[in-house]
Design a protein around this ligand. Structure first.
Ligand SMILES: Cc1cc2nc3c(=O)[nH]c(=O)nc-3n(C[C@H](O)[C@H](O)[C@H](O)COP(=O)(O)OP(=O)(O)OC[C@H]3O[C@@H](n4cnc5c(N)ncnc54)[C@H](O)[C@@H]3O)c2cc1C
Length: 329
């Protein structure tokens, strides 16, 4: 049976992300030997989080603090070789997604991205914007699998002491990381691990019954709800496109918030759409949201046509004001 290596970065706060623990659990359920490969400046806390899951190899050093193709690829390659891995699983973070296809090429292996399930030597993934699901396996080794967050349960057996084996990597790079630029102005609104998705549509910026727009009030209501509920913020394309056109809109939204055919397909347990019409190109991004609700003034909007479990035909300004009051926000 193949040895499965799970590649993880130690997070800035010290531990392992939930997506990383999901990858560990997926590897464990395979039933064969599991090796965890940790990369970071300091990996002690991360090692505790995965204790009990298998043999732990670490690549440590300041060079591995920042996302950088050359150093991440060198660390991954050294860990694959030290583990003697046939299958390599990593959470589909931007960092691993960027370097692992190159590592697969260098090691003569193969890579599959956007994988939504792994078990019994095969993977599942979606094609054509989540309209077709395929199950596939590969003969080539090492086989790299980038697992999407939220695809399965997270490993919960850690917390104990953990013996680690250090792997030395010669670092050679001409790329210096000078800093980070975040596309979000203000607070972090995209939270893949939140239980709930809150979607804001273009209606928040449209003229309301008094004939005026109330963008500032809309922003306060949305941020108030996000703060009180911990929900992740999604948007319709129309709303984020408005900001690109320079209109007065909600400053905390960017294209990264967009849900839909040309946006994201998040995996929260619940979703609430507000001032969003519920057109097919938007709702296709809700494929994995289990409990769907919407607030819209229009009883004939897209959500009413079988796309939401519950549609509240109401003014979202009034509804969210009351919801925030009840939440104490
Ligand atoms: C190729 C293609 C790809 C696309 N990809 C995407 C995509 O990835 N994601 C996406 O979102 N869209 C996408 N679209 C666009 C999509 O078809 C819709 O145009 C878009 O989703 C509409 O956004 P909206 O519902 O926010 O705005 P609108 O259609 O303007 O709807 C606003 C809604 O707000 C409601 N409203 C207004 N005021 C209130 C209030 N006070 N209370 C309650 N409700 C109120 C109105 O009744 C209305 O239903 C795509 C389109 C194409 C052609």
């Amino acid at each position: 049976m193949d040895t499965v290596l799970v590649l993880l970065h130690a997070e800035a706060g010290g531990g392992v992300s939930n997506a990383g623990l999901e990858a560990v659990e997926a590897a464990r359920r395979q039933g064969g030997p599991v090796v965890i490969g940790l990369v970071g400046t300091e990996t002690d806390e991360a090692a505790r989080a995965v204790s009990g899951a298998g043999r732990v190899l670490v690549v440590e050093g300041v060079a591995f603090a920042q996302a950088r193709y050359a150093t991440d690829a060198a660390a991954a390659r050294a860990l694959v070789s030290a583990a003697g891995a046939g299958i390599v699983i990593a959470p589909a973070t931007s960092r691993w997604s960027r370097c692992l296809p190159g590592v697969a090429q260098r090691t003569g292996g193969r890579v599959d991205t956007h994988v939504s399930g792994f078990g019994e030597g095969s993977i599942t993934r979606w094609y054509y914007r989540q309209r077709l699901e395929a199950s596939l396996t590969r003969q080539e080794r090492p086989w790299f699998v980038l697992l999407e967050a939220g695809s399965g349960p997270a490993y919960a057996g850690g917390g104990g002491d953990c013996e680690v084996e250090r792997v030395h990597v010669d670092v050679s790079t001409r790329t210096a990381v000078k800093g980070m630029v975040s596309p979000q102005t203000g607070q972090q609104t995209i939270k893949p691990e939140a239980e709930m998705l809150f979607v804001a549509g273009a209606g928040w910026t449209k003229k309301q019954k008094d004939g005026a727009v109330h963008v500032q009030q809309a922003g306060e209501l949305i941020l108030g709800f996000l703060g009180a509920s911990g929900a992740s913020l999604g948007s319709s394309k129309s709303l984020v496109d408005l900001s690109g056109e320079g209109h007065a809109v909600l400053p905390f939204l960017s294209h990264l918030n967009q849900v839909g055919q040309t946006g994201a397909t998040p995996r929260h347990a619940k979703g609430l759409a507000t001032c969003c019409h519920g057109e097919e190109p938007h709702v296709v991004g809700w494929r994995f949201i289990q409990d769907r609700r919407a607030v819209n003034l229009d009883a004939n909007c897209g959500w009413a046509r079988g796309k939401a479990d519950v549609l509240y035909v109401a003014d979202a300004f009034a509804v969210m004001e009351e919801v925030n009051r009840l939440l104490g926000g």
